[in-house]
Design a protein around this ligand. Structure first.
Ligand SMILES: O=C(O)C(=O)C[C@]1(C(=O)O)C=C[C@@H](O)C=C1
Length: 304
């Protein structure tokens, strides 16, 4: 088994990949779209990419790659990892020597307050990942530092000048495990989808949200992103509690599909927090099954 992930070794995603596929052959990639392409091509059955951070929000490149890229790659699982950011530099570097700081564009804003307080005038330079930044620092002079994992410090012979410098306790990133098929239901699942509205009509978003609310389906995330077609045209990303094989989720999705131009399912997969979404009374599987049976008895009485 091979796992592809945003590399090189020493990234936070590399740690998530070890949880997703322990002991697998590891194939680090330079970018998130490369990971997705590798899974689509079948180079590896499992890919791991970051999707959301508790301080900085969504990893837009992941959302866009999954929503607008070629079909055939799905989220099969989510993994959340506590994120501890460290200031890494070549041995002998002092904080006051640093004039340039490199890291992944998701990592820098997680340390904004610390950087304002300790390195206010530093030049911020984006890197392909935190571990690439660490590697670049190992080849630079002693005025360049990186934000990254303690593991990257070991890997690239750097010192940790300051640790745990993220702006908030409990800093957490959510990663998604990708594959070419969707996951089976576990009873504690989530479904991620993107809605493309097409023609602009009043009340369309309300209509979509109503379909979920009517069936007591909890939305765990809702976010809009540009469709990239024209200024002001947005699609919405929704994460909901439940699996597409649950009757109320299936019925809601079928209804939503009637109202919009397209619905793209990004995946239906076990939740990291294992929280079971209760569906009781009229929302239960039994109630849907009973209603289907009742309706069958009506159809059966129609002349054939
Ligand atoms: O650069 C890395 O180490 C990554 O794994 C990427 C990434 C991200 O894109 O969110 C992962 C976790 C942290 O939130 C910061 C960076």
């Amino acid at each position: 088994m091979t796992v592809v992930f945003l590399g090189p070794e020493g990234t936070f995603t590399a740690a998530a990949a070890e949880i997703a596929a322990p002991g697998a052959t590891r194939l680090p990639m330079t970018t998130i779209p490369e990971v997705v392409r590798a899974v689509r091509r079948g180079d590896a059955p499992v890919g791991v990419v970051p999707i959301e951070n508790s301080i900085e929000g969504s990893v837009n490149l992941t959302l866009d790659t999954l929503a607008f890229g070629d079909p055939g790659v799905y989220i099969r699982r989510e993994i959340t990892i506590p994120i501890s950011m460290n200031l890494l530099a070549r041995p002998g570097t002092r904080i006051e020597d640093i004039v340039e700081l490199r890291s992944h564009p998701m990592a820098i804003p997680q340390c904004r307050e610390w950087l304002d307080a300790h390195l206010p005038d530093v030049r911020l330079v984006p890197s392909a990942s935190t571990a690439y930044a660490a590697e670049e620092v190992s080849r630079a002079d002693g005025t360049v530092a990186a934000l990254g994992t303690a593991l990257a410090a070991d890997r690239f012979d750097l010192d940790v000048l300051a640790k745990d410098i993220q702006d908030r306790d409990g800093n957490t990133t959510r990663f998604v495990v990708l594959g070419t098929r969707m996951s089976m239901p576990t009873g504690a699942d989530k479904t991620s989808l993107v809605i493309f509205f097409g023609e602009d009509r009043p009340g369309q978003l309300m209509r979509v949200l109503d379909e979920f609310a009517l069936r007591s389906i909890n939305l765990t995330k809702i976010e809009s992103r540009p469709t990239k077609q024209q200024l002001g045209e947005y699609c919405i990303f929704i994460d909901l509690a439940g699996h597409v094989t649950e009757a109320r989720v299936a019925e809601a999705l079928r209804s939503v599909h009637r109202h919009v131009a397209d619905v793209r399912i990004l995946g239906t997969y076990p939740r990291a927090d294992e929280l079971v979404a209760e569906a009781n009374g009229p929302d239960s599987e039994d109630a849907y099954a009973e209603a289907a049976l009742w309706f069958r008895t009506i159809i059966d009485r129609i002349d054939s």
